[in-house]
Write a protein that binds this ligand. Sequence first.
Ligand code: SF4
Length: 321
Amino acid sequence: MNKYPAYSTIYIENGVENSPVTKRILEKLPKSNLIYIHDYKEVFNRPNQNFQAQKLSPKLILARKKDNFLYKGSSLAPDFGEENFFYNALLLNCPYNCDYCYLQGMYSSGNIVLFVNIDDYFEKTDEYLKRLGRIYLCLSYDTDLLGMESWTGYSASWIEFARLRPNLILELRTKSANWRSIQDIKPIPNLILAWTLSPQNIVEKYEKKTASLPARIKAISSAMDAGWDVRVCIDPILDVPGWKEEYSGLVNILKESGVLPRVREVSLGSFRMNKDYFARVKNLRKDSHIYLSEFITEDGASFYPLSKREEMVHFLQEKLI
Ligand code: SF4
């Protein structure tokens, strides 16, 4: 066991000490060492940090988001036909630690920043809704919000916010099995619960700290039983040795589980990453087999060669049909 468990130190930015979210977190983590700071960037953006070392016992940084409450969705992420595709960043970084995660190339720190001023996000979202009529907003775009639900309660707050706003379409994507934390909430039609699924061997090797495949499938089934709309994402498909057997096995397990005919859709995508993040991560993660495959760079992103991408997606499409 790690000598310093996760969140054994909490940094608190000046001005957020009395926020309800800060109080909730401090009640849940009464033994943590508290350090008061002027601005979260002093700690989070410090140079010469070791992302992977910090991931072993991450610190929590409580801060106030001052601007950029909504970002335009990246062209590397599927928009599911939604014209006004946005995401927000309620957290910086993620409780999990996938080998293929671009956050390793984006941030110098493996610690987690939690923005406590959720009401400011709601206010900005209302402004966008008023201006655009309908928006598609991903809540867990570069984190795993449901994985942090027991600390934050944010998924539940967003569901209640969206309940009265049918033109706000939310996606809450996760690799957790933390469905239990929202199971008592009455479902709403405008929130899509999305689970990313990978073969169990890939979960064990490359998706550290995430829930197992069977636990995720069980959570999907329970969520659909309770009336939630569920999206399954087999994304990123990884070019690991024996990938065809691995992903065939995944599809077989999904078919046997009976969840496939009940899900809203299955989204497929092969590994891809912004080219600058990719260059950094490839250099940092010499320990991971993922980066030994052949990659090409096109339009600012790194991918497998086109023939490989097509082969992977077609293979899974065939299996799923
Ligand atoms: S769950 Fe997503 S955001 Fe979290 S470490 Fe894995 S890839 Fe990154």
